[in-house]
Each structure stands twice: as C-alpha cells, then as structure tokens.
Design a protein around this ligand. Structure first.
Ligand code: DGL
Length: 244
C-alpha cells in the first residue's frame, strides 16, 4: 500500500493522479488537517508531527509514502528515514520540469521559501538560473477554508501582482495552490509548473485498487471540500494520531 501525506486537501490531487495511473495499487491518503497550515510551523514541530504521521501510516500497512507536500519535503524528513518505510518527496521532480528555464518565480509556503530548497535544486540543475522565492503566508489556509474566488484574487494581486510577466515560469510550490490555478494565470500571465503529476520511480503493485481517505481533522468537512473542490464523492474517516 502506498501512503500519500499532506497537511490537507492539497496532496489529494496528486493522490488522485497516482491512483489513475496505478489503478491496482492500494492507497491511504492522510490529510493532517489538525495541523494545517504546515507552512507556519517551526522545523522541529513539523518534524515531530511528520514522524508521528509516518509511524502511524506504517502501522496501517503502508510500505511506501509520497510526501505530497512541499513544506514537509523541505523539512529534512527525507534525510531521517524511518526503518521499513520508503519515503519520497516532490521537490526534485517538480524542479526537473523547470530545467533549462532562466528566470523562475517560486511561490510557496513561508517555510518552503525560507528553506531555499527550490533555489538550491533549481541552481543545481541549471546553474545560470535566477530564482525568486516568495512565501504566501495565507494562501494554503484560504484554500483550506474554501475562500471564494474574489478573496483569493485580491490576496494574490496584493502579494504577487508586481511579478506579472517578469519570469519565464512560476512554480506553484505548494500542493494546495493548483486549486486556484485560474487566479494565478489571470494575475501572472506566466507558464505555471506544479507537483501534481509527479510519478515516483516505483514499480506498482497488483493489489485491490482500494483507497482510504483519512483526516486528523473533521471527516465531514473533508468530504465537503472534496465535493466542492474536486467534484469527488468518497467516504472519509477521522483519526487521532498521538504526537510525542
Ligand atoms: N500543501 C502543502 C505544501 O505543498 C502545505 C500547505 C500548508 O499546510 O502550509 O507545501
């Protein structure tokens, strides 16, 4: 079984794509909505939370995990492997889509922007690239609470309107952000790159094609988000995960 982890509804898009690609795999998606937004947490707190989540997933029978969250991928969790669990982040594969571009705008959570993981990886693959990283403090939370389009547009206009047309591409470096792709397009007039079509370099297993969707928050709310934001009706469970 493959586990897919995010702080909320963001990583579910990547999970849905993976499932379409590997329909016979079993998936467990964990939305850690008790702790969203991850992007405002300290590194140590985030690592503690992620370790508890990974341990819980392992206990549910997961062998491989996609961290469908840029913030978690930037936290250092990939450098602290949990025995018996194969864990993959999304930053390297997202940056690979920008290879050869010169001027790149990276739009992320404050945590991801401050980690400079994107700048470092983009410069590693294209040493000449100029990278501007911007942390959008409120956007993941606005998306989690299903803020209306006008509110999102006003927020983005104020935060990133000045970057319109000034880069070769913008990376939506938070898995929540593609939910508001039309508003980014309208404001930035730039090609957009995101993490949602990433496929890990794994051999898919022949299992039952099961999907379990779990939240540490409110299951009814996640179901409502899925219906409204993805037009997807699916049962969700609420779980409590003990943090040390
Ligand atoms: N979706 C996450 C990311 O890709 C985290 C958003 C948040 O919880 O701050 O960074």
């Amino acid at each position: 079984m493959i586990g897919v982890l995010d702080s909320g509804i963001g990583g579910l898009r990547l999970c849905r794509n993976l499932r379409q690609r590997w329909p016979q795999e079993d998936f467990l998606f964990l939305a850690d909505q008790a702790h969203v937004p991850y992007g405002s947490l300290s590194r140590q707190r985030l690592l503690d939370i992620l370790n508890a989540n990974l341990l819980w997933m392992k206990g549910q029978g997961v062998q491989r995990v996609v961290i469908a969250c840029n913030t978690a991928s930037a936290s250092g969790i990939l450098q602290q492997p949990l025995s018996g669990l194969e864990v993959q982040g999304i930053i390297t594969a997202t940056c690979a889509q920008a290879a050869g571009l010169r001027r790149i705008l990276v739009l992320a959570t404050p945590f991801t922007a401050q980690s400079h993981c994107y700048r470092d990886e983009l410069r590693r693959i294209s040493p000449q690239s100029e990278v501007k990283e911007v942390g959008l403090r409120q956007l993941a939370s606005l998306i989690e609470r299903m803020a209306d389009s006008e509110e999102i547009t006003a927020y983005l206009q104020q935060e990133i309107g000045r970057f319109a047309g000034r880069f070769d591409a913008a990376i939506l470096a938070c898995t929540h952000f593609p939910y508001v792709r039309p508003q980014f397009e309208q404001i930035l007039h730039l090609p957009l790159i995101d993490s949602e079509s990433i496929v890990p370099d794994w051999q898919p297993q022949i299992e039952h094609g099961a999907l379990r969707i779990v939240t540490t928050g409110n299951a009814a709310y996640l179901q409502r988000q899925m219906l409204q934001m993805l037009d997807w009706r699916w049962p969700c469970e609420s779980v409590q995960i003990e943090k040390e």
